[in-house]
Write a protein that binds this ligand. Structure first.
Ligand code: HPA
Length: 272
């Protein structure tokens, strides 16, 4: 059975509704991950031990107490550690701002495309040694996981936006009005600071990756609000936690036991 990793974002520092079974510290060739990996099982299962495959490995991206800003997250160590934990599928949870005015705060979005504006500012590949590898990234998110998330949302009666382009900025500052307008004209729908290179790094290790994004605010200039605040981000995220966890739980029970997507063979034909 395929193990699911969950990387929590702002406002999501633990997996409510799951039972903690153990914690593990992992050292990687890329340095230290954001914290300990928490193995959790279904709360309602006897003894907390879910049926095989129904365990999750959780890691809060910003650290358990949110002490790591987006540009300092060790994305390579986090993803490497997930693989060391035996994870073959990762769900990234991200707080995002809405570039598209049709996505009010509280909206839950399952992105299908991504644009990376952090290139060059973050360590973004496992292949910067002697191996020259170019992974295919035409579709950044796993084509087997996304329909399962959509089905899970439908089964739970949770409204989600099924298609959106995630724009990743380096932060930690928020964007200017002009930057957001540029992203909007370029086809972006949501903006965040953590979705990349996480998704690409997972692909480089042949791990499936999909994202659940929670809109916590309208991005700069999209609404009439004078100033964007982090309080707004964390508060909106907290309100959406129950829905996100319900979505994850349902998705876990709907996720096929075997992978049949291209992610699992992402490295074939990629080496020069
Ligand atoms: N911009 C960038 N990242 C974010 C935002 C935003 O408006 N909201 C939450 N994460």
């Amino acid at each position: 059975m395929v193990k699911l990793g969950i990387i929590g974002g702002s406002g999501l520092y633990e997996v409510t509704g799951f039972r903690r079974l153990k914690e593990e510290s992992i050292s990687t060739p890329y340095g230290e991950p954001s914290g300990r990996y928490i193995v959790a099982g279904f709360e309602e299962a006897p003894g907390g031990e879910g049926p095989a495959g129904l365990q999750v490995v959780f890691l809060p991206r910003h650290g358990a107490k949110h002490s790591i800003p987006p540009h300092k997250v060790n994305y390579r160590a986090n993803i490497w550690g997930m693989r060391a934990m035996g994870v073959e599928r990762i769900l990234g949870i991200n707080a995002v701002g809405a570039v598209d005015p049709g996505l009010p705060p509280g909206s839950i979005v399952l992105p299908d495309q991504a644009m990376d504006f952090t290139q060059g500012a973050r360590e973004s590949t496992f292949y910067d040694g002697k191996d020259v590898v170019h992974i295919d990234f035409t579709d950044p998110y796993c084509p087997q996981m996304r329909p399962v998330l959509q089905a899970a949302a439908q089964a739970e009666g949770i409204a989600v936006s099924r298609s959106a382009t995630y724009v990743c900025t380096n932060g930690p500052r928020l964007e200017s009005r002009a930057e957001i307008e540029f992203f909007r004209r370029s086809g972006g729908h949501i903006v965040g600071m953590t979705g990349m290179p996480e998704a690409a790094l997972a692909r480089e290790l042949q791990i499936c990756y999909a994202a659940i994004c929670v809109v916590t605010n309208f991005a700069a200039g999209v609404s009439s609000a004078e100033k964007l605040t982090t309080t707004e981000v964390v508060e909106t995220m907290a309100k959406s936690t129950a829905s996100v966890m319900a979505l994850i739980k349902r998705a876990l029970s709907l996720m096929p036991g075997q992978r049949n997507c291209p992610c699992k063979d992402a490295l074939s034909g990629t080496r020069l």
